[in-house]
Write a protein that binds this ligand. Structure first.
Ligand SMILES: [Zn+2]
Length: 292
């Protein structure tokens, strides 16, 4: 779907009252906001728990689609909080969710988006980490090192022995093919990272992946000014190699082309700065949804 980013949206500020965690909402407050939105917009939003974290918190998946129209022709996903203490992504996704739901009431492009696509939002993949301000899940697993990796496991996409958050997503992804996705992280110079992380080998869609990374970064003023990676796009393996990451797993096992968005230099920046982070990422996020 080709479109321009002249989308008029409400900026809908919420969840700032009674929050803890240095001003950030608790996971309970995030859950309650998700429930409220799903009740207000039953035709466009379905809230689904794909499983529970180690400490028993729901792992929420938001499905956005106009359920009165035909089945979506493509599914896109935005995921945050794989590292629980990299909190900016969760806040961006909650604001985006609210803006899409409010905006589609009068914006033709957003209405059309929800008729033709299913958008999956995972505000916090690692809810124990988002609540306890930890990178890992409550068992100490780094969830972005815990997926099957073709350089270690070959073609074996087994769920055995993996943390519950990873297993929940592996099951969901298996049943819900995703074409393109973004995974939000923080604590690095703002950059969009593209596969592979685990190997210097090229893959057929690598130039597309790089173009998508440059496109996201190009609409974000901080990323655009990145001096370490001109244009704000970095090839994962050339930057730093990791194994067991969600990005490589998504592409290798499910042909889901995922980019990793390093959205903020600080992992847990002052809450007051979130509005500015959203302002800087809003066009990139909408462009990603509207042009694929
Ligand atoms: Zn991270």
């Amino acid at each position: 779907m080709k479109a321009i980013i002249a989308v008029s949206l409400f900026f809908f500020s919420f969840m700032s009252i009674g929050a803890t965690n240095d001003g950030y909402p608790t996971q309970e407050q995030v859950d309650s906001e998700l429930r409220k939105l799903s009740l207000r917009f039953p035709k466009q939003m379905k809230l689904e728990s794909i499983g529970k974290s180690v400490q028993g918190r729901e792992i929420w998946v938001v499905r956005l689609h106009d359920h009165s129209s035909k089945n979506p022709d493509l599914r896109l996903a935005l995921i945050a909080g794989v590292h629980g203490d990299e909190i900016v992504g969760r806040e961006l996704l909650m604001r985006l969710l609210s803006d899409i739901l409010e905006g589609q009431k009068k914006d033709g492009l957003l209405k059309q988006l929800l008729q033709q696509r299913e958008i999956i939002l995972v505000p916090c993949f690692n809810p124990d980490g988002c609540e306890n301000k930890t990178r890992t899940n409550a068992q100490g697993f780094d969830l972005n090192r815990a997926f099957p990796d073709f350089t270690i496991d070959g073609p074996d996409n087994s769920q055995d022995g993996r943390p519950p958050e990873v297993v929940a997503w592996m099951k969901f992804q298996k049943e819900n093919p995703i074409a393109f996705s973004l995974s939000y992280h923080g604590g690095e110079i703002p950059t969009v990272n593209y596969p592979w992380d685990n190997s210097p080998e090229k893959f057929p869609e690598q130039s597309l992946a790089r173009a998508m990374a440059l496109e996201y970064a190009g609409l974000n003023p901080t990323m655009r000014a990145n001096k370490q990676f001109p244009g704000g796009a970095a090839h994962g393996n050339s930057w730093y190699a990791i194994q067991g990451g969600m990005q490589d797993w998504s592409l290798f096992f499910h042909k889901n082309l995922q980019l990793t968005v390093e959205v903020s230099l600080l992992e847990w920046p002052p809450y007051e700065t979130i509005a500015e982070f959203y302002r800087q990422n809003q066009a990139s996020m909408l462009n990603f949804l509207l042009t694929h």
